[in-house]
Every structure is written in structure tokens, then in C-alpha cells.
Ligand binder design. Structure first.
Ligand code: PLP
Length: 364
């Protein structure tokens, strides 16, 4: 029998979450963010599942876009970080991609390039993330250079990214929004601003286009859940089984460093999943898993290929019992990847993108 660890990917849930993003912003078009192998869910199967719904997809590199085109995906594709060298413009044109532009050298390269048809361009302003984008005071000048070159670039959009749209404190979001709104008004520019938290909770950021990512995969990025975010459905279920059981006396220890110590006579289940699969090694004692659909707690440090769970109170736990690390158990019980992430002192994004290639993906 094969090692019983699998990532089940529910493509109906992906479509459900996309429709939620779309319906929350009825005057915007939602670009499905599929970078990082669709946040670990599989780039091409996810793109195919959304092909009929999403007017555009977004990725981080030309290689990801090429993989989509090679799979026959004809939907427009945005490069969120634009191009990394001028030589990529030929491939951008050949693949029909939409490029973000965040730096003066990229404007120079675009103006020096002679495409057969003008290239659509998304001009990024740094409204406060302080990562990519033109400083607000430089934006209008770069915009004017591009707008004047309408034989080389077309469809100028204003793009920005929020640092705190997930926070209950709206002040920094509002600061960023004020900068973008002033520029959009001045330039008469259509906008593309909203990531998942802004799609879910900041309707004032909804523009001509939005860019939801993690919510498509069923993770709730909000600091405090909302009615809308509670309707998200998990797309990935990371599922394994118990491969061995141990009876321990009170006082005996489990795993590397002997971190977990039995406070009573205990049954410990050994589960086929470890950090060599991408399960986070920082999972603390008490991190929840579902054994036969019932919540149990990790006991002891995660190893490369295994982790250990206290199943003392699950009478039917046996070799071969289902263990869900996150997602939906066979009995319908749910364990959100967000809850697991909190126990690993991280965020769902790293857990989902961190599931390694040796874990087979099974699509439904
Ligand atoms: N837009 C940009 C530029 C991004 O970098 C990302 C992801 O980090 C997204 C949109 C999607 O963000 P989220 O996954 O929070 O929806």
C-alpha cells in the first residue's frame, strides 16, 4: 500500500470561493491569483477549474504563465511583479500577458520596445506597502510617459497593494486608500487594488478589477471573521492515516527532545505526515488534527516523515484511521488551515504553499 498521505483538492470549493469573491464586488472583475502553484493547490488544474468563471488570472513569473499557456489556457494572465529584465518583453508579447510596471527601468524598456500591438500595462504605485511601486509623487510623470506611447502600451490601469486590509484597525488601510484615490481621480485611471481581505471587508477598495488570492482556497485572511468570510469553503484537505499506536504510562515522553510528557496513561497515534511533506515543524503540542473526524492534539515534535497525536480519548482510533491535518474529514467535520497556522505561529499562506511535491494531489 502507498504511503497514505494525500492532498485532496476540491475544485467545486475553489469555484464556490471564486463566486463569493465575484459576488462581493459586483462592479469589479476578479482576477484569480494563481501564483506559487495556485498557493500549493496545483496551477494548471486550478486554472482549468476557473477558466469559465475568471476573466483573468495572475501569476508571479513568466514561467508560470508559460505553463498555463502550454496547458491550453487562453484566459488573460497578469504578471503581478511585471518583468525582471527587458528581454522578457518578447515572451510577454508572444504569450499575450498583462504586465505590472513598478520601476522606471521597466517604463524605459517598454518605451524602447516595438510590439506588433500595444501591450496592456498595470502601473503600480507604492501607497504604503513599501515593496514594489512608484512613489506617489513620481507616478503621474511615469503614467504620462506611458500614456503618450499609445503605439506601444495600452489599457493603463492603476495598481497598488495593501499592507493591512486584514486588520480590524482601518487607519493604515485608509491612509493607503487616500493616496490611491487621489491619484486615480487625477489620472482618471481604472484601479486594481483589492486582495482577499479587501475583497472581503473593504468595499471602498473594489475597483474595475480586484485580485483575490488566498480566499479562493478557502482560507480566511481577516483578523476577525466576517459573515462573508465564514462562507468560504476549504479547497485542500491534507489527509493521512494512523500507521502505528503506542500505549504510554504517565510520565513517559514522546518524540525528539521528549517535549511532550504523558500526564496520564495515554495512547499515541503515529501519523504519516511530517515536515518532509511540508507540515510545519513549529506545530506546538495541542495543534489540532481530526482523527476519525474528531479533534485531537499533536503530542511531541513533528518529525520529517511522521507526527504524533494523543488519541487517548478516541476509542475507535486504530491503524488505518483517517487523520485530517487540515480541511474536511469524511464525517464532514472541518479543521481550518488558519487555525492550524495559528498553532504554528505562521499564516495559512505558508502552510498551503509549503506542501511539498512528494505529497500527491488528488482532484475532485
Ligand atoms: N496582489 C498581489 C500583488 C499580491 O502579491 C498578492 C499576494 O500576495 C495578491 C494580490 C493576493 O493576495 P491575497 O492572497 O491576500 O488575496
Amino acid at each position: 500500500m502507498a504511503r497514505p498521505l494525500i492532498a485532496d483538492i476540491d475544485l467545486d470549493a475553489l469555484r464556490h470561493n471564486y463566486c463569493l469573491a465575484r459576488d462581493l464586488a459586483p462592479h469589479s472583475r476578479a482576477i484569480a491569483v494563481l501564483k506559487a502553484d495556485a498557493y500549493g493547490h496545483g496551477l494548471v488544474p486550478c486554472a482549468k477549474a476557473l477558466a469559465e468563471l475568471a476573466p483573468a488570472l495572475a501569476v508571479a513569473s513568466i514561467e508560470e504563465a508559460e505553463a498555463l499557456r502550454a496547458a491550453g489556457i487562453e484566459t488573460p494572465i497578469m504578471l503581478l511583479e511585471g518583468f525582471f529584465e527587458a528581454a522578457e518583453l518578447e515572451r510577454i508579447e508572444a504569450l499575450g500577458l498583462w504586465s505590472a510596471v513598478h520601476s522606471a527601468w521597466q517604463v524605459d524598456a517598454l518605451l524602447a520596445y516595438r510590439p506588433a500591438r500595444p501591450l496592456p500595462v498595470w502601473v503600480k504605485v507604492d501607497s504604503g506597502m513599501h515593496r514594489l511601486g512608484f512613489p506617489p509623487e513620481q507616478l503621474a510623470a511615469q503614467w504620462a510617459r506611458l500614456a503618450a506611447a499609445d503605439d506601444r502600451v495600452s489599457d493603463l490601469h492603476l495598481m497598488s497593494h495593501f499592507a493591512t486590509a486584514d486588520s480590524v484597525d482601518p487607519s493604515y488601510f485608509q491612509h493607503q486608500m487616500g493616496i490611491v484615490r487621489a491619484l486615480a481621480d487625477e489620472l482618471g485611471a481604472p484601479t486594481c487594488l483589492a486582495n482577499s481581505p479587501a475583497t472581503l471587508a473593504r468595499p471602498e477598495a473594489h475597483g474595475a478589477w480586484n485580485r483575490p488570492g488566498v480566499m479562493l482556497y478557502g482560507s480566511d485572511p481577516l483578523e476577525t471573521a466576517s459573515d462573508a468570510s465564514r462562507r468560504l469553503a476549504p479547497v485542500m484537505t491534507l489527509r493521512s492515516e494512523i500507521i502505528a499506536l503506542r500505549e504510554l504510562e504517565a510520565g513517559e515522553r514522546v518524540g525528539y527532545g521528549g517535549r511532550w510528557q504523558a500526564a496520564r496513561r495515554s495512547r499515541i497515534a503515529v501519523v504519516a505526515a511530517g515536515y518532509g511533506d511540508g507540515y510545519d515543524r513549529h506545530a506546538e503540542d495541542g495543534t489540532p488534527v481530526l482523527v476519525n473526524g474528531r479533534r485531537c492534539a499533536i503530542a511531541g515534535k513533528v518529525s520529517m516523515d511522521m507526527l504524533t497525536v494523543d488519541v487517548t480519548d478516541v476509542a475507535d482510533a486504530d491503524i488505518g484511521s483517517e487523520v485530517v491535518l487540515w480541511g474536511r474529514a469524511s464525517n464532514g467535520a472541518l479543521l481550518s488551515v488558519d487555525e492550524v497556522a495559528r498553532h504554528c505561529a505562521t499564516i495559512s499562506y505558508t502552510l498551503l504553499t509549503g506542501v511539498l511535491p512528494r505529497v500527491p494531489r488528488r482532484y475532485h
